[in-house]
Ligand binder design. Structure first.
Ligand SMILES: C[S@@+](CC[C@H](N)C(=O)[O-])C[C@H]1O[C@@H](n2cnc3c(N)ncnc32)[C@H](O)[C@@H]1O
Length: 193
């Protein structure tokens, strides 16, 4: 890992900014190289760790990424400014309206809104775009599922609903990798769609 990326990773951990796990970005790197992914749209930049990781992969030409938290925006602007491939948008993803279509969409924002992200991101996709959703194992990190705070219960229910939505969606096919990183789904359009 390049030294600068390590600095960004440590910064995320110091400020308790959620970031993709190393296993997750490694998994994504393999997928990106294998599928010759050129363009990525990321929902949730954090302080820029995963964007910078993607920008290091030679076949990637453009990373578009949105972050709406003011403090994270400040950190991110400092971190991504050295990377020409990264197009940073300090906005709520639902305000993102660039005229682009990308090869891969990385869904990594607020967990309870994954289905909304998936639906809004359709307009930035083509027939072979991959939709990658992270953190599907969120509930495994909560110790006592019986006595969860309402907030966490709501998130775990929403993630379960999202998994179910992907499983039942006839227009898309999803491969689930629950043993990888923090639980990853890779979704693509069904052949006849
Ligand atoms: C898990 S972190 C992203 C980590 C980053 N992808 C990485 O691995 O380094 C999720 C981020 O999404 C941001 N976020 C959540 N909902 C968003 C939205 N609707 N638009 C833009 N950013 C959002 C949060 O503020 C948070 O910083």
């Amino acid at each position: 890992m390049i030294l600068f990326l390590k600095k960004v990773m440590i910064e995320a951990d110091v400020y308790k900014i959620p970031r993709a796990r190393i296993e997750t970005v490694e998994f994504l790197q393999t997928l990106i190289i294998d599928k010759k992914i050129k363009s990525i749209l990321e929902i949730g930049t954090g302080n820029g760790f995963s964007s910078i990781y993607f920008a290091q992969i030679p076949c990637v030409q453009n990373v578009y990424t949105c972050e709406m938290d003011p403090f994270r925006i400040t950190l991110c602007e400092q971190n991504v400014k050295y990377f020409n491939k990264i197009n940073f948008f300090p906005i709520n993803f639902f305000e993102f309206n660039e005229n682009i279509v990308v090869d891969l969409i990385f869904i990594d924002g607020t967990k309870r809104m994954y289905k909304d992200f998936f639906e809004y991101s359709q307009k930035f996709s083509h027939k072979n775009t991959l939709f990658v959703s992270d953190n599907l194992n969120f509930k495994n990190h909560l110790e006592d599922n019986e006595n969860l705070e309402y907030k966490y219960k709501r998130i775990t229910n929403k993630i379960d609903e999202y998994i179910d939505f992907l499983k039942k969606n006839k227009n898309f096919h999803t491969d689930f990798y629950f043993d990888n990183g923090d639980g990853i789904a890779v979704t693509k359009r069904a052949i006849n769609n």
